[in-house]
Design a binder for this molecule. Structure first.
Ligand code: NIG
Ligand code: FE
Length: 425
């Protein structure tokens, strides 16, 4: 299914197929390199002009101005970035990648005035996708997810978080998480799984019996099989309460699953404070979070995840990312890709919208989809910035710098994506 990596653009005498396949080389002629190192503020992407990056064994071993490239590294296969801008591989830290079927008609119904919650109450929404997802075979779900990943990688995306949440039964939630596990060898994109069994209560259960099943059966099984790193819950009218979140997320922590939360999307449910209380690694949506909630998240080091597509498609006020940043919260940006509230996986477009709707600067948005997104997935040691020791994951973009990239927004400008030192189409 996946195309073979490309050979170097400008072969040196030492280029061989073996070296191309072992992730050894140098990316040169980088006009503007956004290293996105952690130090400083979110607006500091620590750019280097006229840069080069050397890597071996799939990891970066040198970064700097091209003129300073050590002599001993100049023997490696060389690839030219053609003066383009280069960023760390983009990290989409919030998607619902595995689902069966679309909900195109709901888009039209919402435009005609029905609300997301009204459509859900009339048999549409998440439960409708649950039905279509249960009916889909594992093979169909895998094919669909892989097809979308193949398009995502062309946008420069190299790491994707994938939530379950459309199975909503013991067997069906496991089926979705196993889809993610099964497709990992078929894609170069690094996948991270999150259990979102507590998305809504399925029609055949009452809420408390469903939660008991999640706590006593599903979480222990997911943990024993190593099927997820995180445990998420949707706290909202028509979904789950803060007390449900304490029960589900607490059980996850006992089994090594770190909490994440969908909160304050349609109402203020006290999501910021709740995220701090349960030790969440991230709290996502946050359109209605109070100042008190923001301060609690800052004090507890919870990453806030801005999801502009969901606000845009549901005609909600956007998350006030500016206020979160000013209160000291790190803000990641993600697509929330799903068939209902956010039917797009175009992360660069989400970054532009995070600027225009949520008042982030382009540099803050970029760091939000690289280093801060990696932090929201506990991958910061390995991914999210361009510095020695990290994975050689990059996006080569036809733009002068981050401001120009997100200002003069064009159809995909990613010319080449690199994963683990492998150049991909
Ligand atoms: O993150 N808010 C809850 N869950 C998804 C929407 C899922 C759907 O509409 O199918 C979200 O927006
Ligand atoms: Fe979501």
């Amino acid at each position: 299914m996946w195309k073979q990596p490309e050979m170097p653009l400008s072969d040196t005498a030492h280029t061989s197929s073996a070296s191309a396949h072992s992730g050894v080389g140098i990316l040169t002629d980088i006009g503007w390199l956004a290293t996105c190192r952690a130090e400083g503020k979110q607006s500091d992407v620590h750019p280097i002009e006229h840069a080069a990056v050397a890597f071996s064994g799939g990891r970066i071993d040198w970064v700097g101005k091209e003129e300073d490239l050590p002599v001993e590294l100049r023997e490696r296969p060389t690839y030219s970035a053609g003066g383009r801008m280069v960023t760390p591989g983009l990290v989409d830290c919030h998607t619902h990648l595995v689902f069966g079927g679309w909900r195109t008609d709901e888009f039209r119904r919402r435009l005609a005035g029905e609300s997301y919650l009204d459509i859900a109450a009339s048999g549409g929404g998440i439960k409708r996708t649950m039905k279509q997802t249960r009916e889909a075979s594992t093979e169909e779900l895998q094919r669909h997810a892989l097809g979308n990943l193949q398009q995502m990688v062309r946008l420069g995306i190299t790491t994707v978080e994938c939530k379950s949440g459309y199975g909503l039964s013991f067997e069906d939630e496991l089926k979705l998480l196993r889809v993610v596990r099964n497709i990992q060898p078929e894609t170069p994109v690094h996948l991270v799984s999150t259990l979102l069994a507590a998305h809504v209560t399925p029609p055949e259960c009452n809420s408390q019996s469903y939660i008991q099943m999640i706590v006593h059966e599903l979480i222990p099984t997911v943990s024993a099989e190593g099927l997820a790193a995180f445990n998420d819950i949707f706290v909202e009218e028509g979904a789950f309460s803060a007390d449900d979140a304490r029960a589900v997320l607490g059980a996850g922590v006992e089994h090594g699953l770190r909490p994440k939360l969908h909160v304050d999307q349609l109402h203020d449910v006290g999501g910021g404070r709740l995220a701090a209380e349960v030790g969440a690694i991230s709290a996502d949506h946050l359109e209605f979070t109070s100042a008190d909630g923001r301060r609690a998240m800052a004090a507890a080091g919870v990453v806030g995840v801005c999801l502009p597509f969901a606000s845009l498609y549901l005609n909600q006020p956007p998350m006030n990312a500016r206020a979160f940043l000013e209160d000291g919260v790190d803000v990641a940006v993600a697509t929330d890709f799903n068939p209902g509230s956010a039917p797009s996986f175009d992360l660069p477009l989400a970054l532009m919208l995070a600027c225009t709707m949520s008042r982030m600067t382009p540099a803050e948005a970029l760091k939000g989809a690289t280093l801060i997104a990696a932090r929201a997935l506990d991958l910061e040691r390995d991914r999210g910035s361009i510095e020695p020791g990290k994975r050689a994951d990059f996006a080569e973009l036809s733009a002068d710098n981050v401001d120009q990239w997100l200002y003069h927004f064009r159809p995909n400008v990613c010319e080449r994506t690199w994963i683990g030192g492998q150049p991909l189409v």
